[in-house]
Design a protein around this ligand. Structure first.
Ligand code: NAD
Length: 335
């Protein structure tokens, strides 16, 4: 496959540390870098040997060699940059969240549909091998009919987010998108919020369109440096758990009355190796795979389950429903 010629718009923290290194794992060629702060783009260019540096994204978009852009600006700036990129006929990989508000993500979805271009949102957890494997197990019937989901993503302090919306749309959104990826759409939910100490925690009870139920916790009352993410999915006679994105265990469910265990089957544990070279974190958290999938989508091979904006805006809809619930039962589809 011919490498897709890309440019970066936004050369801040995430672009530098997590996204730029992914170019070594994806069929892409970097042709330009842009940041409002020239020094940031220039420093990144120096590290990777790219001298085409801009401070105005329109000038980068005017480069005829460019086929696509990776947009890593703050959420408030996404709509303008994505609109300009589509108008210039360029495909877009944008970091999450898809816009500042639900309305903006809907607008980007509609602009994208009209353009026929690819706009993929950086919901990297969809490309984490453990979550992909879990989804395959669920979809292939490995758990039987799925009955229950439990998800927790609780870290330390996130940048202050008055009113909780910024936290939901920028941090909890990873978990809200993941639940849709693994379980399908949420039909209704009831959410509570705790803002003790100026930090946010949201708990939500979920009923899925499939009939399964679930519970989801996302907050900043825990720690960034300790295990902070766990997902469990139960079916009939089997359940699985994913700890900290990389440990996937399939467990048999033992019906009451058969203990002490006799004839019990063992649990199956899948874990990646860290003994091999390569930027394991970029691979296991999905960052590198999602950029490679984007390049393939630009070349006409869209990947099932990837987060294109035409679907990704619904994760913002789920975030809005959690935000508005305040103890009431609400339907995401009504927002
Ligand atoms: N998927 C993940 O795990 C993950 C992790 C961190 C951040 N992110 C997302 O990445 C995005 C960027 O976050 P960050 O922490 O790197 O922010 P940041 O503030 O460090 O970087 C943003 C950069 O964009 C530049 N910028 C803003 N408007 C611009 C424009 N019109 N043209 C060119 N440059 C422009 C700013 O000057 C800044 O350098 C956010 O949307 C964030 O949610 C995703």
């Amino acid at each position: 496959m011919d490498p897709v010629r890309i440019g970066f718009i936004g050369c801040g923290r995430h672009a530098s540390l997590n996204r730029l290194p992914c170019v070594f794992y994806a069929p892409v060629e970097l042709v330009g870098l842009c940041d409002l702060v020239e020094e940031r783009a220039r420093n990144l260019g120096l590290k990777i040997g790219c001298g085409h540096v801009y401070t105005d994204h329109q000038r980068l978009l005017a480069d005829d060699r460019l086929e696509a852009v990776v947009v890593a600006v703050r959420p408030e700036a996404f709509l303008r940059v994505v609109r300009d990129a589509l108008a210039a006929g360029k495909h877009v990989f944008m970091e999450k969240p898809p816009g500042d508000t639900l309305e903006e993500s809907r607008e980007m979805a509609s602009l994208t549909e009209k353009s026929g271009l690819v706009v993929q949102v950086g919901f990297n957890k969809r490309f984490a091998p453990a979550y992909r494997r879990a989804r395959a197990i669920v979809r292939e019937g490995g758990l039987g009919e799925v009955s229950h989901y439990s998800g927790k993503f609780s870290t330390g302090r996130f940048p202050p987010s008055p009113g909780g919306w910024q936290f939901l749309r920028e941090q909890a959104i990873h978990q809200l998108d993941l639940v849709r990826y693994l379980m399908g759409e949420v039909a209704e939910l009831t959410a509570l919020r705790n803002s003790a100490g100026g930090l946010e925690t949201y708990d939500a009870l979920l009923r899925f369109a499939s009939g399964a139920i679930g519970v989801l916790t996302s907050g900043e009352h825990y720690s960034w440096n300790k295990p902070n993410e766990r997902v469990e999915i139960a079916g009939q006679g089997r359940w699985l758990a994913i700890d900290d994105v990389i440990h996937l265990t399939e467990h048999p469910a033992i019906p009451l009355g058969t203990e002490p265990v006799s004839g019990d089957e063992p649990s199956l544990l899948w874990e990646p190796t860290f003994a091999m070279p390569g930027a394991r974190s970029l691979l296991l958290q999905g960052y590198a795979y999602e950029l490679a999938a984007f390049a393939e989508a630009v070349r006409g091979q869209r990947q099932e389950g990837a987060s294109y904006i035409e679907d990704a805006w619904k994760s913002m809809q789920l975030a809005r429903a959690v935000h508005e619930s305040n103890g009431r039962t609400v339907r995401p589809a009504d927002f």
